[in-house]
Design a protein around this ligand. Structure first.
Ligand SMILES: [Zn+2]
Length: 281
């Protein structure tokens, strides 16, 4: 699938990644990283390095990384787009895969370390998801949908403020009844990344609230044992993804997140069982 072109194909000497000749090893706990940049002593390299050190504890929630990660720091947004072979994605700042991440040099887009730290944790969460859901040879075959990948990364990195609120997402869903951000997240994200990522965040957090962190960890290990996302989801959560999507969309439409008179909608379902709304639909 085009979204997951293995980075090896992109790391040829002629491309922007080939120009990153300075390698800086970094070990945080028992986790190994290699930073690749044009300048070991640059402020950008230091900022990414310190953000990695701050990010790794946040990954323990999901069991931590399993493999060493190579971190590329390219000098410009153009270099990032060239390296990932996607163009016109002006909002893109980084690109994470199984065991590597490419970052656009932070100095080209922000002065705030907080944003860099969140972005680094976000991207390393992607690496963790892929490492825990598959092997180097199988991770990109798991068809993990964008709503789950981005929802997990945004949630873990504490980036909710950068995305639409639950109310905004509910309104967007109602104004775009024919769009299916669960199934067509990749295509929709090209023009409406903020809305699609926001919906992914709220869907992931809805999953977390209903089923808990243990289900997310079980989902990853079930994928790693074999099968793709859809099969693993149904096995672990107990309902097909489509059913979960309907439950989530009802939760938004009914504004069940507001509590109050609809508080009963927030009652937890039986473990692994389908949600049963008692409100009007
Ligand atoms: Zn992401």
């Amino acid at each position: 699938m085009k979204w997951f072109v293995p980075l090896l194909l992109l790391a040829g000497c002629a491309g922007p990644l080939g120009a990153l000749r300075v390698a800086t090893p970094l070990t945080i706990g028992d986790q190994a990283f290699t930073l690749r940049s044009t300048d070991k002593a640059s402020a950008d390299t230091h900022r990414i390095q310190s953000a990695i050190a701050k990010a790794t504890p946040g990954l323990q929630r999901w069991g931590g990384l399993k493999e060493p990660v190579t971190v590329y720091i390219v000098d410009s947004h153009d270099d990032l787009e060239t390296a990932v072979r996607r163009h016109g994605f002006t909002w893109l700042r980084a690109w994470g895969r199984y065991d590597d991440v490419i970052f656009q040099a932070p100095s080209t887009w922000t002065t705030k370390d907080e944003f860099v730290e969140q972005l680094v944790l976000h991207e390393l969460t992607h690496c963790l998801l892929f490492q825990r859901s598959g092997t180097r040879d199988t991770w990109y075959l798991k068809d993990i949908p964008l709503w789950f990948r981005e929802g997990m990364a945004i949630s873990t990195a504490g980036q909710a403020k950068l995305y639409p609120s639950l109310e905004d997402s509910a309104r967007w869903l109602q104004q775009n009844p024919t769009l299916n951000a669960f199934r067509n997240g990749e295509e929709l994200s090209e023009a409406q990344s903020t809305e699609v990522y926001g919906l992914g965040l709220h869907a992931f957090e809805f999953l977390l609230r209903r089923y808990g962190e243990a289900h997310v960890n079980a989902l990853m290990s079930t994928m790693r044992a074999g099968g793709d996302f859809e099969a693993a989801f149904e096995k672990v959560v107990g309902i097909p993804v489509e059913r979960f999507q309907k439950d989530f969309e009802n939760y938004l439409r009914l504004r069940a997140f507001r509590g109050g008179s609809r508080r009963r909608l927030n009652a937890p379902p039986r473990e692994g069982g389908p949600l049963r709304y008692q409100g009007t639909e």
